[in-house]
Design a protein around this ligand. Structure first.
Ligand code: S3P
Length: 170
């Protein structure tokens, strides 16, 4: 039987990367960070891609990568926060494994990203932009059945909870 993937979804700063690392440590499964893979393949940073190619081009790169990664098995995928903008991405991911959504309050997200300079969508007043974007995307994240509260749980607890769900679904 094919081993399912674990797919981490969530707004920027909800802890997908740290949770993914924890999961990889616990399971030995390969962790693929979509943003890092896009940057490595294009030899450009995410801000450079947004500035030079534009957001629609970045979304197309993400789409292509979702299709590719959804063919694979037994991997952990940390997706970019905007992956939910295209419902086809979630549909493909859902067929390939367990999809979980990490959540955090706007305050936590702001604290984590206050000094960050790598997110082109948060290049102005961060507090306002986080609140507005989170509000706009909330319905898109909320359709995901498994929600992991990253305010209440630390990375290890999040990983343990995800593995419990993974065992139930496998
Ligand atoms: C984005 C989230 C980022 C990155 C890009 C756009 C978004 O990923 O893909 O800056 O639209 O929410 P992280 O969620 O890993 O920060």
């Amino acid at each position: 039987m094919k081993k399912k993937n674990i797919i981490l979804i969530g707004f920027m700063g909800t802890g997908k990367t740290v949770t993914g690392r924890e999961l990889a440590k616990l399971t030995g499964m390969e962790l693929i960070d979509m943003d890092l893979l896009i940057e490595a393949r294009r030899k450009k940073t995410i801000p450079e891609i947004f500035a030079q190619n534009g957001e629609p081009a970045f979304r197309a790169m993400e789409r292509e990568l979702v299709i590719e990664l959804s063919q694979r098995t037994g991997i952990i995928i940390s997706a970019g926060g905007g992956i939910v903008l295209n419902p086809d991405n979630l549909a493909d991911f859902a067929k390939s494994g367990l999809v979980v959504c990490l959540t955090a309050s706007p305050e936590t997200i702001f604290q984590r990203l206050e000094k960050d300079t790598t997110r082109p969508l948060l290049s102005g007043d961060k507090k306002t932009q986080i609140a507005a974007l989170l509000e706009k995307r909330k319905p898109l994240y909320n359709v995901i059945a498994h929600q992991i509260d990253g305010d209440r749980l630390g990375p290890e607890e999040r990983a343990t909870e995800i593995l419990r769900l993974y065992a139930l679904e496998s």
